[in-house]
Design a binder for this molecule. Structure first.
Ligand code: 3HC
Ligand code: NAI
Length: 691
């Protein structure tokens, strides 16, 4: 019987089966909550029903609260009301889980009296990723089932566990056969009813809490162990506090406090920012002019040209996905060096227990080393990762044009070069695209997919699909200096360099960025990467501080000094030598040094970045402000809880951004001349998100 558009109730062998089908992920929207509540009422009122199964159709069990309803008035019944009905039901309710039981989905499973899942199911409370805590009883019930420590770990990481772990921790009562969930759940419910098993309420369980009471330092230890990981994020602390309440408050009071701690997070801009990132990540996958009708090309074999820092990491992505890769180098020595680094990476992963030793060999076997360009002939995709030099790249592409199979995708990993210029070396510019990976390429999630004026749509669509296949977040951008990420980075660099000449120290600049939430400051980053990356010993002319430091042999961490000095453990201290270089260079430039405060440092860096982002948007290099945010959050360490530079700017308000830029322009010149887009948005009362 259909209860509403998304819910049905069927009676099968004395069991009331409530089935929800609300694509795509059965989130608890108002119709789902209403459907479950009325199906439950009907099942309870029906004497023929002895027990109830709650199950979903489609790809997954409930994936949680409906995030798109957040911030809007609650439509009855609330998730908690619906859950209270289930928990108080006079007949046993069994949650039958497939896909992912997440957030409010798992919290609802926790109010059911029994839980069963198929082996492929996954369970988790990922609210922390949205800047929230599990607010439908999760913080109160999970510790009662899996224990305090495990609950803290799961809720502050958002980690999903598989069904096997679910069974071992007591989160699940039974496993069903894969593909036979409904049948097995009905049989399980029949057994419970026949044997008169109790209506187990997690809220009444206390044995795991008693265990935790015996270990008085559990919370302090957990906070200490995770201080670095949680830095800047508010949700983990509220989760910990709410779990602390399980030991000191009765269940119902713990629930009241959970609600208060949840509401506090919901009202905070961090959660708004993290929710923005959640949706922005998914929006980025949709390229405005590329519909579902555009063909996706099969990628069964890949070739990577150049086995250096980037080429090796890029090749690993495909080997990890089971796709064979030809790795082409110019010399045997370079090839061997590249392969050695890859093997070492895999072996390190294996030594940490994160990969099996036989998988190291399996992945290495997918790599076919070669010194012959002609070996790319059967690759569907060729990615060039040779030196950042236009002539070298053009030569490589001219060769590829001759040896690659017709229709193969020809990609470049260039950081800054004009991809049209590279494509012009081929007779098929429509097959050429930028696939801009980030270092380390086997780790970093971001992939800038750079389309040129000629790139054919199927090539763009295939690159988007490929990003998913190798576990990356692909953001499609246009071809222009530095694309999105490095162009904004250049704006940040310019201000950072200027600030130290005008009087700030590298430590001051780095501290401001670190305190804002970046994992490290600008100068620390440069020292880590190496000041000599992109520096040319032949042409260097003491034209800036960086060149001078390089000329002095100060290439960063690896040489014991750059902008900072380093000890043998690579711990940094302010460098009097570097400061002297800065002061002398400023004097030579006629720049009078002055005291510079943290606010000025942040303002100049952040507003220069936002202004550059606005220009990128205006020029169509990025399709949307949220794409710029995703590039900076996933590729450059912009604090996720601030949502990215454009979301941050929207929180300030576009008129305020405009005003600030005008003030900065007067004091510091052209870099701050507001982009016309900002003027227009301010006049129209629109945000960057609406641009
Ligand atoms: N609410 C609203 N929409 C959601 C949603 C949710 N909880 N979860 C996913 N969606 C939407 C996505 O935005 C996407 O929409 P689109 O097709 O229009 O872009 C669509 O569902 C499919 O999502 P994915 O592309 O992510 O699909 P996948 O199959 O790759 O992943 C998933 C499925 C694992 C369920 C993943 O979507 C996910 O992790 N979702 C979020 C789960 C979550 O955070 N739950 C907690 C919610 S907060 C909560 O429950 C509060 C409670 O404690 C009170
Ligand atoms: P690298 O110097 O570590 O590696 C380049 C490799 O290419 C060398 O091993 C070299 O022997 C090989 N090579 C040169 N000419 C070749 C040819 N004709 N055929 C085959 N192999 C050839 O350089 P890296 O850092 O890996 O950079 C490669 C590209 O990736 C550059 O375009 C760079 O701008 C870009 N990039 C670099 C990032 C980084 O952080 N290192 C980040 C993102 C992009």
């Amino acid at each position: 019987m259909q209860v509403n558009d998304v819910t049905k109730l069927e009676i099968e062998g004395g069991i009331g089966v409530i089935t929800v089908n609300s694509p795509p992920v059965n989130a608890f929207s108002a119709p789902v909550r209403q459907g479950v509540a009325s199906a439950l009422e009907q099942a309870l009122a029906n004497e023929a029903v002895k027990a109830i199964v709650l199950i979903c159709e489609g790809r997954t069990f409930f994936a949680g609260a409906d995030i798109s309803e957040f911030g809007k008035p609650v439509i009855e019944p609330s998730l908690r009301d619906m859950q209270a009905m289930i928990e108080a039901a006079s007949k046993p309710v069994v949650a039958a889980i497939h896909g992912t039981a997440l957030g409010g989905g798992l919290e609802t499973a926790l109010v059911c009296h029994y839980r069963m899942a198929v082996p492929s199911a996954r369970l988790g409370l990922p609210e922390v990723n949205l800047g929230l805590l599990p607010g439908a009883g999760g913080t109160q019930r999970l510790p009662r089932v899996v224990g305090v420590e495990k609950a803290l770990e799961l809720m502050t990481s958002g980690r999903q566990i598989n069904a096997k772990e679910g069974l071992a921790t007591g989160l699940l009562d039974e496993l069903a056969d894969e593909g036979a969930l409904r049948k097995d759940a009905v049989a399980f419910a029949q057994r419970i009813a026949a044997e008169g098993k109790p209506l187990v309420k997690v809220r009444d369980r206390s044995e795991k809490l008693d265990e935790a009471r015996a270990n008085s330092s559990v919370f302090a230890d957990f906070r200490k162990a995770n201080a670095r990981k949680f830095r800047g994020f508010k949700a983990p602390e509220n989760i910990i506090r709410s779990v602390e309440n399980t030991l000191s408050l009765p269940f119902d009071e713990g629930m009241v406090q959970e609600r208060a701690l949840f509401n506090e997070l919901m009202a905070d801009s961090q959660s708004a920012a993290l929710r923005h990132v959640f949706f922005a990540e998914r929006t980025a996958a949709k390229v405005p002019d590329i519909g579902k009708d555009v063909d996706i090309l099969p990628i069964e074999k890949v070739a990577v040209i150049g086995a250096g820092t980037m080429g090796g990491g890029i090749a690993m992505n495909f080997a990890n996905a089971g796709i064979p890769v030809v790795l082409v180098e110019t010399t045997q020595e370079a090839l061997e060096r590249g392969l050695k680094v890859i093997r070492k990476n895999y072996e390190t992963t294996a030594s940490k227990g994160k990969m099996k030793l036989e998988d190291v060999e399996r992945r290495m076997a997918l790599l076919q080393p070669s010194l012959t360009m002609a070996d790319v002939a059967d690759a569907d995709l060729v990615i060039e990762a040779v030196f950042e030099n236009l002539d070298v790249k053009r030569e490589v592409f001219a060769k590829l044009d001759a040896v690659a199979k017709p229709g193969a995708i020809l990609a470049t990993n260039t950081s800054y070069l004009d991809i049209d210029d590279i494509a012009a070396a081929t007779a098929c510019p429509e097959s050429v695209i930028g696939l801009h990976f980030f270092s380390p390429a086997n780790v970093m999630k971001l992939l800038e997919i750079v389309r040129t004026k000629d790139t054919a749509k199927p090539i763009v669509a295939t690159a988007g699909k490929l990003a998913k296949t190798i576990g990356k977040i692909g953001v499609t951008v246009g071809n222009g200096f530095g694309f999105v990420g490095n162009r904004i980075l250049a704006a940040r660099n310019a201000q950072s360099d200027q600030l130290v000449l005008e009087g700030a120290t590298p430590e001051q600049v780095d501290k401001a960025l670190y305190d804002f939430g970046f994992p490290m400051g600008h100068f620390q980053m440069r020292d880590l990467v190496g000041l000599d990356v992109g520096w040319n010993r032949e042409t260097t002319s003491s034209a800036n501080v960086r060149e001078i430091l390089n000329e002095m042999g100060r290439h960063g961490q690896k040489t014991g000094g750059g902008y900072y000095d380093y000890d043998e453990k690579r711990r940094h201290t302010p460098s009097p030598v570097a400061l002297k270089v800065i002061e002398d260079f400023a004097a030579k430039q006629g720049i009078a040094r002055r005291e510079i405060g943290e606010q000025e440092i942040l303002d100049r860096i952040l507003y220069a970045m936002v202004n550059e982002g606005a220009k990128i948007l205006e020029e169509g290099i990025a399709a949307r402000a949220s794409d710029i945010d995703i590039v900076w959050v996933t590729g450059y360490g912009f604090p996720k809880y601030r949502g990215g530079p454009m979301f941050w700017a929207d929180l300030q308000g576009v008129p305020q951004v405009l005003q600030k830029l005008k003030t900065l322009e007067q004091a510091h010149g052209d870099a701050f001349t507001p982009s016309p887009l900002i003027e227009r948005l301010a006049a129209e009362g629109k945000s960057f998100g609406e641009a």
